[in-house]
Design a protein around this ligand. Structure first.
Ligand SMILES: O=C(O)CCC(=O)C(=O)O
Length: 307
């Protein structure tokens, strides 16, 4: 009996400690902060917190020459998929497209190892792990090629299918490589600064006069969270705007593109260990009568927002 009382005391004092701090501090938080500092991303984390988005300059975003190689590969895939080489100088192949997005090229990850390299870039991953945890999973990997004409892309946020009010910890984030110069005339992305704190989707036509164009040179990385209202301006200048975007999300969300079931052993072996998580290989939901294979990861006891 006495032993039982002692056990209860320990359990109670433990639960008091936890409820006092609301969420126990994760050991991963300190490691992640050290990594953020070593990559020189502290100001970008601050900007993300205050404005809901941040732009990482080319010299920090990726090694020299990476963005140019990535753009060439996207144009190669566009040519292979459509049979026509995109007209980079005038944009005639992509003029006046019906979709405000421009031409969406989905499911790019397995088209070439360079897309996997883009995903495993430590800069984008540190930002993503900060916002949606280190168990983050890839939801989509999409290139956009946008020519002159067309319409502004409506303001929206990337918390698709999620009802307001959004929860305090963000669920989704977006890593975008801008591969051509972004200006308003070139059809830049735009944001409503601070809108990540509204915790809801924009209403139709809401926030238009608060849009700020992201003007940045080719090779920049633009990062934002799923709460932030954003859209894009129609391109008015000749030529093409080219990007690669990747949405990452918390592991309990439903990915838009199905990687976990389609990634090959060869692709897993060729990439760093984190790639397994990004493909959702650490998720053990979907069991049948055998039950969860790893109970520790099947439940969320004691998990912190950074885990
Ligand atoms: O890059 C763009 O023009 C728009 C991207 C966007 O809206 C999105 O990824 O949700």
């Amino acid at each position: 009996m006495q032993a039982q009382v002692a056990e209860l005391d320990v359990a109670l004092s433990h639960s008091r400690k936890i409820s006092k701090h609301s969420i126990p501090i994760s050991p991963h938080a300190e490691d992640l902060w050290a990594e953020i500092k070593s990559l020189g991303l502290e100001n970008h984390i601050a900007e993300l917190e205050v404005r809901g988005f941040t732009v990482i300059p080319p010299e920090k975003a990726a090694p020299p020459g990476f963005a140019a190689r990535l753009k060439e590969k996207i144009l190669d895939v566009a040519e292979r998929r459509s049979g026509v080489r995109p007209d980079e100088s005038m944009g005639s192949t992509h003029a006046n497209e019906a979709k405000a997005f421009g031409s969406l090229m989905t499911y790019m990850l397995f088209e070439d190892p360079i897309f996997q390299e883009a995903l495993c870039n430590p800069i984008g991953l540190a930002m993503a792990h900060y916002l949606v945890g280190e168990k983050a999973v890839l939801s989509n990997c999409i290139a956009i090629v946008k020519g002159p004409g067309g319409l502004d892309l409506n303001l929206h946020c990337d918390n698709a299918l999620i009802h307001a009010p959004f929860p305090p910890n963000q669920l989704v984030c977006n890593i975008t490589y801008a591969l051509t110069d972004y200006t308003k005339e070139n059809g830049a992305l735009c944001f409503v600064p601070g809108s990540h704190k509204y915790y809801r989707h924009p209403m139709f036509d809401e926030g238009l006069d608060q849009r700020v164009a992201v003007e940045c040179p080719a090779g920049s990385m633009i990062f934002w969270g799923g709460n932030t209202w954003h859209g894009a301006f129609a391109r008015t200048a000749p030529g093409l705007r080219v990007n690669l975007l990747m949405a990452l999300m918390r592991p309990y969300m439903r990915p838009q593109e199905v990687y976990r079931e389609n990634v090959t052993a060869e692709t897993l072996d060729r990439n760093p260990p984190i790639f397994r998580n990004l493909m959702g290989k650490h998720i053990n939901y979907g069991w049948k009568d055998e039950g969860p294979q790893n109970e520790a990861t099947a439940y969320n006891v004691g998990r912190h927002a950074y885990d």
